[in-house]
Write a protein that binds this ligand. Structure first.
Ligand code: AMP
Length: 205
């Protein structure tokens, strides 16, 4: 694995940082912004670092601001060109600047123990497909949780079934992600998935 899972001294996978992929817009459903706030708060309360794209806008900003307001740690990973286009969120506990989008993504993947997909647009879809593809290729074995709030991701899950049904992916593609329908289920689902993993390969440096 290129992205080994972080472990404690007993070689048990640890949940210390969660990468959140979600919209840079609020969207039209206020429940999703509220869910983002709840996720940020819960991460902070459980002492789990939020790793995300660094912006102060949309659902991304809502998760990060909520975690910070609750006294949590938040890492924003931003390509330099984006900081020139728009201001990033003030008060982040950790900011990493990268040269390119690809460097940004690999740093997000390295720094995180699991990935949460909240409602979002094409940026979120891009990150979701990449992290699932990398898991399929065994570049990592970190849990990926799709927060299918109010069925937002049903069309995406249907597309996955279509791809499997047409023979372009194996049935085991379904094992690359886990779907939950409420924000409260996200962190317990990650803990369960981490506990169910086979013996972790290496301790992350
Ligand atoms: P989207 O779903 O198209 O709104 O894009 C959201 C994803 O793309 C986030 O998870 C970010 O990593 C990235 N992204 C999109 N817009 C921004 C932005 N303004 N600042 C930082 N990252 C962004």
């Amino acid at each position: 694995m290129d992205l080994p899972i972080r472990c404690d001294h007993m070689n048990r996978p640890q949940l210390t940082a969660v990468c959140v992929f979600c919209g840079s817009r609020d969207g039209i459903n206020p429940n999703f912004v509220n869910a983002s706030i709840a996720l940020g708060q819960e991460c902070a309360q459980r002492d789990i670092r939020v790793v995300y794209g660094g912006a102060g806008v949309g659902m991304m900003g809502a998760v990060a601001k909520a975690a910070l307001d609750e006294g949590g740690a938040v890492t924003g990973i931003v390509p330099k060109f984006l900081t020139e286009m728009e201001p990033q969120l003030d008060g982040l506990t950790d900011v990493r600047l990268t040269e390119t989008m690809h460097e940004r993504k690999i740093l997000m993947y390295k720094m995180s123990d699991a990935f949460v997909i909240m409602p979002g647009g094409i940026g979120t879809l891009d990150e979701t497909m990449e992290i699932l593809t990398w898991r399929q290729l065994q570049v990592h074995d970190k849990p990926v949780i799709i927060a299918n709030l109010e069925g937002y991701w049903d069309p995406f899950l249907d597309l996955m079934e279509h791809v499997i049904g047409e023979g372009y992916a194996g049935e085991n593609v379904r094992d690359l992600y886990r779907t939950v329908s409420t924000v409260e289920e996200i962190l317990p689902a990650i803990s369960e998935d981490l506990a169910a993993l086979p013996t972790p390969s290496k301790i992350k440096p």
